[in-house]
Write a protein that binds this ligand. Structure first.
Ligand SMILES: [Fe+2]
Ligand SMILES: [Fe+2]
Length: 399
């Protein structure tokens, strides 16, 4: 085995150890695992309540390039952890598995290949390398499955023992980063569930969706604006978490306002607007990029492109006596907040609220078109429309 491969793995592990967001991390882990063994496709699962839940599916053959290769990530699909499936078997036995041809698995094996996805997508899976993700307490937290190894000429070949060794080595170390990112996500969701206790509309599902929509819109917008892939990958990692926390400042708003069933009085509505400032205060100390983005989003997610939003320019976030300023306009509103503004409104319109029924999809999209240049940044609306399919599948996944 070449030493250069092991050095390459160490370099990759160093890079992924900085990724804080679990979705970005899993996508990257799968991509790198495929690169290490030169494979065309793959999927990664996490174990959730004794099921293997599909997190990411990548397929260069079906989706062309890496940019589009994670097309099926927003699926609700899951399979039981049992020995009937290949992934389930690897999870149960805690051992990696090499299969040369999934359509010729011996009938003596307990597992078989589910060809449904192949049939649906006109793809032919042949060789598969399945690797359990095992933490240092010997617990299996997930599985990744690498599909169709290729030789130098692009011909599908079998995986080798060397491939399996390298993938195992990579998986063992990647698990450390994955567990750390899962913990970060759990802490964020716990912060959000505290906010949810206060404001029943700010649910885990809503914030998960707002985080995911924001990433999809940003990726498109940033590419269109010439931002490099490296920078996009870095920012989207921070953006998802920061976007999820957009309304966390509501913890400081009194119950009589948050839980009021009925129209807020003018003073109550004014008080409600301060949730933007209260949220920004939570992230005003550390000065890390993560805090900076969370602060920008909390503070500005109700600003409007035409200047009719709130809270406007605030000179001193910590000032005891708060007053709203003149609404910020256009590019004065940070891009991340312009994106979250649209993601948040879209989700609220699609959802049931105590004061409204969900709007039909067409009405929501028409409304967003109408508000382009008024409430929303037209370039953000344009990107949102371009990634419409992904937005709709996110809506389906976390619903
Ligand atoms: Fe808000
Ligand atoms: Fe929200």
């Amino acid at each position: 085995m070449e030493d250069s491969k092991i050095i390459e793995i160490l370099r990759i592990l160093e890079n992924i150890s900085h990724i804080k967001d679990i979705d970005t991390l899993l996508e990257q882990v799968l991509l790198e695992a495929r690169k290490i063994v030169n494979a065309e496709a793959g999927s990664v699962f996490l174990i959730k309540k004794n099921y293997l839940s599909f997190e990411y599916v990548q397929n260069d053959f079906l989706h062309g390039d890496y940019e589009n290769s994670s097309d099926y990530m927003y699926t609700k699909k899951k399979i039981p952890v049992d020995n009937k499936s290949i992934a389930g078997y690897a999870a149960l036995t805690k051992k990696s598995l090499i299969i040369d041809d999934v359509y010729n698995i011996s009938i003596n094996k307990p597992y078989s290949f589910n060809s449904r996805f192949d049939k649906l997508s006109n793809y032919i899976t042949k060789s598969v390398l399945t690797v359990p993700l095992i933490n240092n307490r010997e617990k299996v937290i997930g599985v990744f499955q690498i599909i169709n190894a290729k030789d130098k000429n692009g011909k599908v070949i079998s995986f080798t023992e060397d491939d399996s060794f390298l993938a195992d080595l990579f998986a063992k170390q990647a698990v450390i980063a994955i567990e750390k990112a899962i913990m970060t996500r759990e802490i964020i969701l716990r912060m959000i569930s505290i906010a949810e206790l206060r404001d029943p509309q700010e649910t885990g599902a809503h914030v998960n969706r707002v985080g995911a929509y924001s990433v999809e819109i940003y990726k498109h917008w940033a590419k269109k604006n010439g931002i490099t892939e490296k920078v996009i990958n870095y920012n989207k990692d921070i953006l998802r978490i920061a976007a999820m926390l957009h309304d966390v400042g509501k913890v400081a708003i009194s119950d009589s306002i948050l839980k009021k069933k009925g129209k807020l009085s003018e003073t109550e509505y004014e008080e409600m607007k301060f949730h933007t400032i209260y949220g920004a205060r939570l992230f005003s100390n550390s000065g890390s990029e993560w805090d900076d983005m969370a602060r920008e989003i909390s503070l500005n997610h109700h600003e409007k492109w035409d200047g009719n939003g709130y809270p406007g320019c605030i000179n001193d976030l910590k000032c005891e006596e708060l007053n709203l300023g003149n609404g910020k306009k256009g590019d004065d509103i940070p891009i991340y907040a312009r994106i979250v503004a649209l993601a948040d409104v879209f989700d609220a319109l699609m959802s049931q609220r105590w004061y409204k029924e969900p709007w039909p999809e067409k009405k929501v999209f028409d409304f967003i078109h109408e508000e382009s240049g008024k409430h929303f940044d037209p370039s953000v609306v344009e990107s949102f429309i371009q990634v419409k399919d992904r937005i709709i599948s996110i809506w389906g996944k976390f619903n």
